[in-house]
Design a protein around this ligand. Structure first.
Ligand code: ADP
Ligand code: G6P
Length: 505
């Protein structure tokens, strides 16, 4: 049994992402404590690292983190959070000079890539210093990852040949680290360390016409091609990537077999639609206490406070809905939970102010002494509350202007009861939009359309609600986060079969 455990440890999966699944907070007495972080990447990847006994290399959320400082475990951890079960030694925190980190994270990642990759180029800033910082920080991540690869190899070599596990897998995540792969690969080659490398992008990959606005796009593509497998949420993003590799770098690509040839290597490109820990959400929703009065219809939004989520347009649509369908005054409320995000970036600060004003304006317009149309929670809610919100809502209103996948839509579905489910309204501009076909589709840019569809959802018969929701539930149950990891790992395993590794067709 202990040998088995040892083998598993040596076979470790090394996950590399900008953010660790928790942020560190410095208390008044100088000690550091952990707090769970929000966002789709952490929600999906944390259970993977826990279940596979992996290691996670990433940033602590603290500007001046010193790698020698001891971190005190949370005094009352949320035992249902995605990070529950993650041992302290599974997280490898790294520190970066605060100014450099600011230029890389707030500058290049959040002011350039985030808007550009969400096809909003007018919001994107292009700055050479930020690009330089991006290169430098990617290199710091690569060096830290190499240390992790070395330590895994040391454990691996201590195991007898016959039971030695396959070479470790380095799995790099998201737009923060598109340049890290080649430095890791070179380092491993220099030291004779075998490794398999994968990359997954959690946001959309845009079309050639958008991506070519970025002045250093070739470097980005070559960076991603440093991996053996590059994964995206949906087929459209894969095709965009193949197209860009061909048109920017002149690579030979195959859109049927889904690969790119680059520098004598073949890189697999795969659509790996991410899922959620479905069973966890479903079982938590069965026991969570009720949160809303049963005589009020609830329309729910849950998002990071981000301009890609379409919150301003959503509020305007709700305003339109109450104007056009006054029968809902006093009978329905819209609850928006918005978790603060990237608060150092100007666009996000402005968005918060716009939303504060709009909520005040709409509540002022429609409120009665005993009812207000909008309840706005600016903050994150714990897992028990979140599942209760999902379960007790009649309508999940998920209307991003652009979104890689959108896990909230999936979590909402998992928490619905089979006997009296709510209705999911979804934008086609989320990756989930094309996959969750039984949802009611809306165009978030068309206020009247959203207002009409919300009314339709609130009026929908029980039979239609059941028919739609039960199909949605079936699919999410099948395509959960475990299925996502299994398809990634099986892609990685196929690298071990020599026939898929030729340099030429
Ligand atoms: P993104 O990755 O862009 O933030 P997703 O919808 O894919 O969008 O994932 C968001 C994740 O963060 C979900 O798992 C969701 O439960 C969580 N989340 C979002 N907003 C909140 C909130 N206000 N409170 C708690 N969790 C939240
Ligand atoms: C999205 C990105 C993640 C990111 C998350 C939260 O899900 O794909 O990489 O971690 O947003 O954003 P933040 O900037 O706070 O890490």
């Amino acid at each position: 049994k202990s040998e088995d455990k040892q083998n598993r440890a040596a076979a470790s999966l090394i996950v590399v992402s900008n953010r660790l699944p928790f942020v560190l907070k410095r208390e008044e007495d100088g000690t550091l404590t952990r707090k769970a972080s929000a966002g789709g990447l952490v929600t999906a990847v944390a259970p993977v690292v826990v279940d596979n006994h992996g290691i996670w290399v990433g940033w602590t959320g603290l500007d001046d983190f010193d790698e020698e400082t001891e971190v005190i475990p949370e005094s009352s951890p949320d035992d249902k959070a995605p990070t529950a079960g993650l041992r302290p030694d599974q997280a490898i925190p790294l520190s970066v000079n605060p100014k450099l980190f600011d230029e890389y994270y707030n500058g290049c990642c959040n002011e350039t890539y985030w808007p550009l990759f969400h096809s909003m180029p007018d919001r994107a800033v292009f700055n050479r210093d930020h690009w330089k910082a991006y290169q430098d920080v990617n290199d710091i991540f690569a060096q830290k990852t190499l240390e992790a690869v070395r330590s895994v190899h040391e454990k691996r070599m201590a195991i007898p040949d016959c039971s030695r596990p396959d070479p470790p897998i380095v799995w790099i995540h998201d737009y923060h680290l598109m340049l890290a792969a080649n430095a890791i690969r070179d380092g491993c080659n220099d030291e004779g360390l075998q490794v398999r490398m994968g990359f997954f992008l959690h946001i959309p990959f845009p079309s050639f016409d958008i991506i070519r606005i970025f002045p250093w796009v070739d470097e980005i593509l070559m960076g991603m091609l440093g991996c053996d497998l590059v994964g995206f949420h949906i087929g459209d993003y894969c095709l965009n990537f193949l197209d860009c590799c061909q048109r920017c770098l002149g690579c030979r690509t195959d859109k049927n077999k889904m690969f790119v040839e680059h520098c004598g290597r073949r890189v697999m490109v795969r659509a790996l639609p991410i899922g959620i820990p479905y069973h966890k959400f479903e079982s938590l929703s069965r026991i969570a206490p009720r949160v809303f009065p049963s005589d009020m219809k609830i329309i729910l939004g849950v998002d990071r406070l981000d301009y890609t989520k379409g919150l301003v347009a959503r509020l305007k649509s709700l305003e339109r809905m109450f104007k056009k369908y006054p029968k809902w005054i006093g009978k329905a409320i819209f609850i928006q939970v918005a978790v603060p995000s990237r608060v150092d970036v100007a666009e996000y600060k402005e968005l918060k102010e716009t939303i504060d004003r709009l909520v005040g304006h709409i509540n002022g317009e429609f409120s009665t002494p005993s009812w207000s149309p909008i309840r706005y929670i600016f903050g994150s809610v714990n897992q028990d509350q979140l599942v209760a919100f999902y379960r007790d809502a009649n309508v999940g209103l998920i209307t991003p202007l652009r979104d890689g996948m959108n896990l909230v839509a999936k979590e909402f579905v998992a928490c619905q009861s089979e006997s009296d489910p709510g209705v999911l309204i979804l934008s086609p501009f989320a990756g989930a939009g094309g996959l969750m076909q039984e949802a009611l589709q809306v165009n978030p840019y068309e206020t009247d359309n959203v207002a009409d569809v919300v009314d339709r959802a609130l009026e929908m018969s029980l039979d239609e609600r059941k028919l739609r929701m039960n199909q949605l539930k079936k699919r999410e149950k099948r395509m959960d986060v475990d299925a996502w990891v299994r398809s990634f790992l099986s892609g990685m395993d196929s690298l071990l079969v020599p026939s898929v590794r030729p340099n030429h067709d």
